[in-house]
Design a protein around this ligand. Structure first.
Ligand SMILES: Cc1cc2nc3c(=O)[nH]c(=O)nc-3n(C[C@H](O)[C@H](O)[C@H](O)COP(=O)(O)O)c2cc1C
Length: 450
C-alpha cells in the first residue's frame, strides 16, 4: 500500500525558466543553450517532470523583452526571445498525458474573450490539464507594446483583473456540458436552450458572448495567481485555486496561509480549494558538498556586468556601473531609500553595512536566490525542510525551480522525488487524468445549471 503522511500528499509544480532559474544557468555546460527557442527541449523536460509525477509545469510570460543595459542583457538572455507559452503548451500536451499545463496571461494587455478562448482550447487539447496564471504585469515595457506610455496604476490593474477574470469565467459557462447532442437522426447539432449569452457590461469590459468553444473538460481551467499585495490576496481568496507568491520563513508562510485561507469563507469558498505553493530553488547533491559545489560553480559563472545590473535593480535603479566591483556599495545608495523601497533594497544595504560585503559579494548573494527561497543539500536535508513546512501548515506544496535545465530537473526527479515518496509526502501515481483531479479541486458547476 502507498504510504501517506498525516497530511496526505503535497502538491508540486515545476517552474521552467528556459535554461533554468539561475541567472548564469545558460553558461553551465549541462544547460540547453538555445532553450527559449527549442520546442523539443520543453517537450523533454515536461516528460521528465511527468515521470516525477509533478502536478503541473508552469511557464511565466511577458508581452515584451526585458529592458535594461543591452550589454548586460546580452550576457543574461533569459526572456529576451522565447515562445508564446500557450502555443508551446499545446505542443507539450501531445507528448504528455497527465501533467498539468499552466501559463501566465496578463489581464492588463489582453482581452478576456481571447484569454477565455485560448485556455478553454488548451483544456480541450490537453484533455483537462490547463491552468491560467492571472497576472497584472509589473513591467512598463509591456505598456509600450500596447499603445500606452505608462503602465496602469496598481489599484486599476487589480480592478481590471477582477473584472477580467469575471468575464472569462462567465464565458467558460457559455455552453452547458451536454449542449452538443450531435444528433443526425433529428438533424440537430446542439440544444439552443443550453447556449448562454454573457451580456457583461462593466467599467472595463463590454462582452456579449457566447464563447465559440464548448465547455471544457475541467469546466473551467484551473486559476493561479502569484500576488503579494492586499488587492492581490483578496483576488486570490475570491477566485484563486493555486497561489505561487514567494514565502521566506515558516512563520511568515504560516501567517500568509492562515490569512489567505481565512479570507475565503466570506466568498463562500472552502479553504481547501486554494493551494498555497510558493517558489523554491532546489539544488540536490549526493553529499552536501556536491550540492554546494554545484551552486558555487553557477555563482562563479555570473558575469560582473550582469551582477551589477541585477544589484542596481535591487537598489531601486541606483546605477552601480563604474564603481569598483571589489569595493564597497557607495554610501550614496543608502540616502536614496524611500517608503516605496523594496525588501530587496533594505536587505542589500543591510548586508553591505553590517557584513561589509563588496559589490561582487553582494550580487553573488543576491543573484543566487532571485527573490525565492533556496534549499541546497542532500535529498534528506531538502526533504526535511519541505516536510517541516508542509506538516506545519505553512504550505500545501511548492513550485520547484530547477537551477539549470535539463540537468537540475533530472537531479530533482532522481534524488528528491523518491525521498518525498519514501516518506509518504508525495504520490507515486497520478490520482486522475485532469489537473483538478490531481490537485484535489472540484469541477465548477455551470452557473446556468441548478
Ligand atoms: C512564482 C511567480 C511567478 C510569476 N510569474 C509572472 C509572470 O509570468 N508574468 C508577470 O507579469 N508576473 C509574474 N509574477 C509577478 C506576480 O504576478 C505579481 O505581479 C507580483 O508578485 C507582485 O504582486 P502584487 O502586484 O500583488 O504586488 C510572478 C510572481 C511569482 C512569485
Amino acid at each position: 500500500m502507498t504510504r501517506k503522511s498525516p497530511r496526505g500528499f503535497m502538491k508540486l509544480g515545476a517552474f521552467f525558466h528556459p535554461t533554468g532559474n539561475h541567472v548564469a544557468a545558460w553558461m553551465d555546460e549541462s544547460a540547453q543553450i538555445d532553450a527559449g527557442q527549442n520546442p523539443e527541449h520543453y517537450q523533454s523536460i515536461a516528460q521528465t517532470a511527468e515521470r516525477g509525477k509533478f502536478d503541473l509545469m508552469f511557464l511565466a510570460d511577458a508581452v515584451a523583452t526585458r529592458d535594461g543595459d543591452l550589454n548586460a542583457l546580452s550576457r543574461w538572455p533569459q526572456y529576451m526571445a522565447f515562445f508564446e507559452p500557450t502555443t508551446l503548451l499545446s505542443s507539450i500536451a501531445s507528448v504528455t498525458s497527465r501533467i498539468g499545463l499552466v501559463s501566465t496571461a496578463t489581464t492588463s494587455y489582453n482581452e478576456p474573450y481571447n484569454v477565455a478562448r485560448i485556455f478553454a482550447s488548451l483544456d480541450h487539447i490537453s484533455h483537462g490539464r490547463a491552468g491560467w496564471n492571472v497576472v497584472t504585469s509589473g513591467n512598463v515595457s509591456e505598456a509600450y507594446n500596447f499603445s500606452r506610455d505608462e503602465h496602469y496604476e496598481h489599484g486599476v490593474r487589480y480592478e481590471r483583473a477582477e473584472d477580467f477574470a469575471e468575464v472569462v469565467r462567465g464565458l467558460w459557462d457559455s455552453w452547458e456540458d451536454d449542449a452538443f447532442v450531435r444528433d443526425r437522426s433529428q438533424g440537430r447539432y446542439f440544444t439552443p436552450e443550453k447556449l448562454h449569452f454573457l451580456n457583461h457590461k462593466s467599467k472595463h469590459f463590454s462582452v456579449r458572448g457566447p464563447l465559440n468553444v464548448a465547455r471544457s473538460p475541467q469546466g473551467h481551467p484551473v486559476l493561479f495567481l502569484a500576488s503579494a499585495s492586499e488587492p492581490g490576496k483578496e483576488l486570490a481568496a475570491r477566485i484563486g485555486e493555486g497561489i505561487f507568491s514567494p514565502l521566506h520563513s515558516l512563520e511568515a508562510a504560516q501567517a500568509f496561509y492562515k490569512d489567505l485561507k481565512g479570507r475565503m469563507p466570506k466568498f463562500g469558498r472552502d479553504p481547501e480549494h486554494l493551494k498555497v505553493m510558493p517558489g523554491l530553488n532546489v539544488i540536490p547533491g549526493r553529499t552536501e558538498k556536491e550540492a554546494r559545489d554545484k551552486f558555487e560553480h553557477l555563482t562563479s559563472l555570473i558575469h560582473p556586468d550582469v551582477g551589477v545590473e541585477l544589484l542596481s535593480d535591487a537598489v531601486d535603479g541606483f546605477d552601480l556601473r563604474g564603481y569598483p566591483i571589489d569595493g564597497p556599495l557607495p554610501e550614496a545608495v543608502d540616502a536614496t531609500e524611500t517608503k516605496a523601497s523594496t525588501g530587496h533594497f533594505r536587505n542589500v544595504v543591510r548586508w553591505a553595512r553590517q557584513e561589509k560585503l563588496t559589490i561582487r559579494q553582494l550580487y553573488q548573494r543576491f543573484a543566487g536566490a532571485r527573490g525565492q527561497r533556496s534549499l541546497i543539500g542532500t535529498p534528506q536535508q531538502i526533504v526535511d525542510d519541505m516536510e517541516r513546512w508542509f506538516l506545519n501548515y505553512g504550505v500545501d506544496g511548492f513550485l520547484i525551480q530547477p537551477s539549470t535545465l535539463p540537468g537540475g530537473l533530472d537531479d530533482i526527479v532522481a534524488m528528491v522525488i523518491p525521498e518525498l515518496q519514501e516518506r509518504g509526502l508525495f504520490r507515486t501515481e497520478y490520482e486522475g487524468p485532469t489537473l483538478r483531479d490531481n490537485l484535489g479541486l472540484p469541477r465548477p458547476k455551470n452557473r446556468h445549471v441548478n
